[in-house]
Write a protein that binds this ligand. Sequence first.
Ligand code: GCB
Length: 693
Amino acid sequence: MRWKGKALPFFLVLQLYVLQVSANQEGIPQSLKHNKEWPLFEYGEIRKPTPTKGLLYPRESETREVRSLDGMWRLVRSDPKDPLQGIREKWYANSLRMSGKEVIPMPVPASYNDIATTDSLRDHVGTVWYERTFYVPRLWKDGVRTWLRFGSVHYSAIVWINGRNATSHSIGHLPFEADISALLNFGGENLVTVMCDNRLGNRTIPQGSVYQASTDKGTVPVQSYTFDFFNYAGIHRSVHLYTTPLIHISDLEVRTLYSSNGMGRIDYRLWVDASQAAEYQQMLVTNLRVVLRDRDGTEVGQQMNRLVYQGSLLVPSAKPWWPYLMNSDPGYLYSMEFQLVVACNEDDSGCALQDAYRLPVGIRTLSWSNQSLLLNGVPLYLRGFGRHEDSDIRGKGLDNALLARDFNLLKWIGANAYRTSHYPYSEESMQFADEQGIMIIDECPAVNIDIFEPQLLEQHMSSLEQLIHRDRNHPSVIAWSVANEPRSAKPGALEYFETLVTYTRSIAQGRPLTAAINASPSTCHLAQFLDIVGFNRYNSWYQNAGRTDMIVDQLTEEAESWRDKFEKPIIQFEYGGDTMEGMHSLPAFIWSEEYQVQLFSKHFRAFDELRGKRWFIGEFVWNFADFRTAQTITRVGGNKKGVFTRNRQPKEVAHLLRQRYFAIARELDHCPLPEDLTVYISRHSKHSRHNEL
Ligand code: GCB
């Protein structure tokens, strides 16, 4: 949800009040509190989200400058019992040093939780404040607009520039921005202040609740949530300052098709913002020149449009975008240059370049049926992971070193896809996935949602709208996931999801809809509305722990019943078992590396039976790497279901999984095998565990 300038203070206070009330009372109106049943709502009057505008990823060009505001900021923690103190006392009006609170250096991007040495900051509930100063050149005063853009702040944020409100946003993991030209000191120092609130209530996505706990030092607010990852908070992604000309490209949309005769087609649409330009400038004829360049920079297509901001470009002998291991040249991207050209005279003479923006574009066709998901006409078999943005010290903070390492591991292991469980991942990671040919199931932050009601639905729709708007131009995105493990067997889920999915389909930008479900085929109210049914099941872990002889039949039967009931393509989105690195046991015992190997191997057998049926289109391990969770007695330092440790080193099972993923790639797409996939054992023995190899 976005608010504009002046109305903010009132809405801000209201928002904080609502959050506090919902946190304290779990959002349940008093009159209903003692009812056993949560009422069933009708969603006919539901307010659809206002479509997001702008937010193009900041890219430099001959008409745009981009500056990073990443680095060391200062942070102040509010008293958890008084999260609004900073608003009342206007901490944003001066440096936070004047707040009387301890000021600590805080890196951006990073979660703030694991940076200091105290549990009070790690487990903080409520608001924290960030600030830093920056300079803006005098040259930016006239003829350009200056924008401040946050890649994400979790969960909600309010931003001030030089003590004046600039913008606000809620729902973590999604970008937001504001034109701050009117608030800046050009040619001088500026102060940016951000209040970040990590509280989750019954109407936030995801949900949580804040309750008052009695401690030895009195009552304190404590955040609880049912989802299984640590509620890291802070300025998680990069902060950019960037400029645009007064008449500029504010938004872009592309859709592509690739046909078997080698013809590529790019349909594009562009939005122009001239609202801050003088009237006479607005009346100038604005032309659009589109230039397509291949990876070597050679021009392969061009078009000139007069006053029309949409069109189609045909690309004969196009190089299509292919996923990793499906082709020897995966992740092929063109660069599409959009140039706004203002003709200074009526006869179009004296043209001047007004704005230029370059978008990487992958040309591919995505389609699906009730049996398969196809890319460029070829049915996909997805093999990959559920993941988390998580690492020690940084928490959920963007880290390019980690990003590069993770993609190297994905490629080393032969994966071709992952799900952004359980929230949108960084824009930088989406760009990387495009370049490397890794397919993405793009999930919104609705994890474990429960207590279905209209205001939650509005937030949920907004999270999907913002996600789809952000990621629609990425060739790597092959589906939208509308939720992970919602309580979809509850009666209230039916109308809720019907409304949610109908809305999402109307904005889905040529992608199928899916979800990761843990209800059963007979009880789930969500699966019927989806295009692809995904289920999470922990055979021989949460059920029948220790019994790896109870996987193959149960799993194949379950997949078949999802198929029989819904007649859609089926994916297993999660399976696995916690494994302590370095713990060994012969025979295998739960939590040992041997047990993880055995559990996976039994799943592989079931998957191979299912693969023969064609409608089974993917297997996703839970999880790529170990990750931090809240403190509970079932987690040793976090969730240990990773194939890699939290430090991104392989557990024993990684080698087994690597053999399987490459074996499938070879079988389906004849990819060459890496030389180090097998090791020499003896002249007479097979070098691998897989017959295919
Ligand atoms: C699930 C959840 C995931 C958990 C996982 C587990 O079903 O989707 O968030 O981490 O189980 O390990 O319990």
